[in-house]
Ligand binder design. Structure first.
Ligand code: ADP
Ligand code: MG
Length: 598
């Protein structure tokens, strides 16, 4: 049995094997009851799959998925009953209406942050539920009856057994499409977004667009589930599309495991079987009728979160060596290469900071600071704690907007606060506090760096048409890992690296952007001596390739040894600029450092 699970979960054969098993079920002497259970599991799994994308990858919690299921169900129910159209037309219409609703709702809610976003989806779920229940044309709370079955050619899928095939074929195809999606460029972008918008922005990811796309895909999956539901039940009423149902879908994806598409299938099965069991058992125990299973679900959820944040799939995946997170291409093809930016001639001014200013309330964090960085030059930005180094750094990378002054890249003034477009111009950064997806492999984390150099969208990722580009991205990521001495760690989860290695990983990721300007915020913090020496060599090498590097660093020995020039900040003001040996003897600098040497 373990061996079977292991084989199912590994390699390309996994989906095929699962397909054979599932599609054979209706041919076996399985009772109608279990076929129906299987159908409900499949339909729920489709909706839960959308949540693996939306909540699992992008970190967006939606309490409104059941409303999208309802939209799909009611559209096809109404059209097939009132106008006698084919259920397939009903499907198309349902998808179209769902897409429009998701775009409108997404534009309204995806900008909301924190708790407002889930609340927005909850409001939508409740509103649509009451709409279904109050429209005369939709039969109010009694709903609609007499929905025809789906026809495959001339064959009506009018029994549970027949519709089982269609449901599970759709579930399996969707699972594979989504798995492809999550393992490539759009999936990495979403997972970066979940970690931090600053990280995603610094890699050139358009946060709003990516979130909206994930929201739409999740809604469409729910809509298809609704279509199947309506034609299987042959009747619809508002109850299965309530907020309670939305919570159940969330539960399925969490219980199954948000880290994997297979978790959705597992979760849907577990929740529905458990619900059925509890609905029979609990009234016997308590002697009363009620929805006690909700309490049991809550307890299960808490236990699972306690013992396996990866859900049931996490438990299984732990038993399988390759079951870690989303699958990812691990070997390049040594064929195609990613396009590189035109190289900038040595000594060209790459970055020009002109009288840039930033205040936080009454505090002047950066006070009219100006300096340049040229191609093939390392400029060190130093100063005591709180001098404004990180703030200046964030002004350059676009993570913060200045209140005055300008930042120019290769002669072009950057739009303030536009981290994404600045990244696309070839500015790559690391973070003072490492930002990455600890569950993704180091390789996948570094591949995120190539986001702005690659193009693969949802459709080509889902259909696996992106293999050439993906191979080139992975090739490039391996190259950067090798440069920083991390090639042995490529297939480990990012979170398993030591702090020093995590910093080096951030530099690899920044290099994957093929930058003209590299911004490093304290890259040597937490590095051991040998690692520092290695870092020094790498930065030397990058400089000789003509890269412009701005380095914020506390380690004086390192920064003095590396930098061509130093810019010294104190209380937000530039107090000195010059070669390391000049700075070493500068009276104002010595005073600033001694003054704060506490
Ligand atoms: P450094 O990186 O040189 O240690 P920072 O740029 O982090 O210094 O901080 C400069 C000053 O600005 C500090 O006094 C800090 O407390 C303040 N500061 C930085 N970020 C913020 C913020 N988001 N809100 C308010 N004050 C901030
Ligand atoms: Mg700092």
């Amino acid at each position: 049995m373990i061996e079977l699970v292991r084989r199912l979960a590994m390699g390309r054969g996994r989906a095929l094997a699962l397909a054979c098993v599932l599609l054979a079920i209706p041919l076996l002497p399985v009772s109608e009851f279990w076929i129906t259970v299987g159908n409900f599991i499949g339909i729920s799994a489709l909706t839960a799959l959308g949540l693996v994308l939306l909540t699992g990858a992008a970190g967006i919690t939606s309490f409104g998925q059941a409303a999208f299921v309802g939209l799909g169900a009611y559209t096809t129910a109404y059209l097939t009953i009132a106008y006698g159209v084919s259920p397939w037309l009903g499907l198309m219409a349902g998808l179209a209406i769902t897409a429009v609703a998701a775009v409108v709702l997404g534009l309204l809610t995806m900008r909301l942050s924190g708790h407002f976003l889930p609340l927005g989806t909850l409001a939508w779920g409740l509103a649509l539920y009451f709409l279904f229940g109050n429209l005369e044309a939709l039969g109010k709370y009694d709903g609609l009856i007499g929905i025809p079955p789906i026809y495959l050619g001339t064959v009506p899928l009018d029994t549970g057994r027949k519709v089982f095939w269609l449901i599970w074929a759709i579930v399996l195809v969707s699972t594979m499409l989504l798995e492809n999606l999550l393992a490539s460029r759009p999936g990495r972008a979403l997972r970066a977004l979940k970690q931090s918008e600053a990280l995603a922005g610094s890699m050139g990811v358009d946060a709003g667009r990516e979130k909206l796309k994930a929201f739409i895909v999740a809604a469409l999956l729910a809509s298809v589930a609704g279509w199947l539901f309506a034609h299987m039940q042959r009747t619809v009423n508002p109850t299965p599309f309530s907020a309670t149902a939305s919570i159940e879908y969330l539960l399925m994806s969490v219980i199954g495991g948000l880290g994997s598409v297979w978790g959705a299938l597992l979760g849907a099965g577990a929740v529905l079987l458990l619900k059925d069991l509890l609905q029979r058992l609990l009234p016997l125990l308590s002697g009363e009728v009620g929805t006690y299973e909700v309490i049991a679900f809550g307890v299960t959820l808490i236990l699972l979160l306690q013992y396996s944040s990866q859900g049931l799939w996490g438990v299984i995946a732990r038993a399988i060596p390759s079951g870690l997170g989303f699958a990812v291409t691990t070997k390049g093809s040594a064929g195609e290469q990613l396009a590189e930016r035109p190289k900038v001639a040595r000594n060209t001014t790459v970055l020009s900071v002109e009288a840039v200013r930033k205040t936080f309330g009454g505090l002047i964090a950066v006070n009219d600071v100006s300096f340049d960085v040229k191609a093939g030059e390392i400029v060190g930005l130093i100063g005591p704690n709180g001098a404004g180094k990180s703030t200046l750094f964030n002004l350059v990378s676009g993570a913060l907007s200045p209140v005055g002054g300008s930042v120019e890249l290769l002669g072009n003034r950057t739009r303030s606060g536009a981290a994404r477009s600045i990244a696309r111009l070839g500015v790559a950064r690391s973070f003072q506090h490492v930002k990455m997806d600890p569950d993704m492999t180091v390789l996948a984390n570094v591949s995120l760096g190539a986001h702005s150099r690659s193009h693969c969208g949802y459709i080509s990722a889902m259909l696996g048409l992106n293999k050439r580009e993906e191979n080139a991205v992975v090739d490039d990521a391996w190259r950067q890992l090798k440069l920083l001495g991390l090639s042995d760690c490529g297939l480990r989860p990012g979170g398993s690296l030591a702090l020093g290695q995590q910093r080096l990983m951030e530099i690899s990721r920044a290099l994957a952007l093929d930058p003209v300007l590299l911004l490093l915020d304290e890259p040597a913090a937490g590095l051991r001596h040998a690692e520092k020496m290695e870092l020094r060599q790498v930065l030397d090498q990058l400089r000789s390739r003509g890269l412009a590097i701005l380095l914020v660093e506390h380690d004086m020995e390192l920064v003095m040894g590396l930098a061509d020039r130093l810019v010294v900040l104190d209380f937000g003001t530039k107090i000195a600029e010059g070669r390391p040996n000049e700075i070493r003897q500068n009276a104002r600098v010595l005073e600033a450092y001694l003054g704060s040497a506490g």
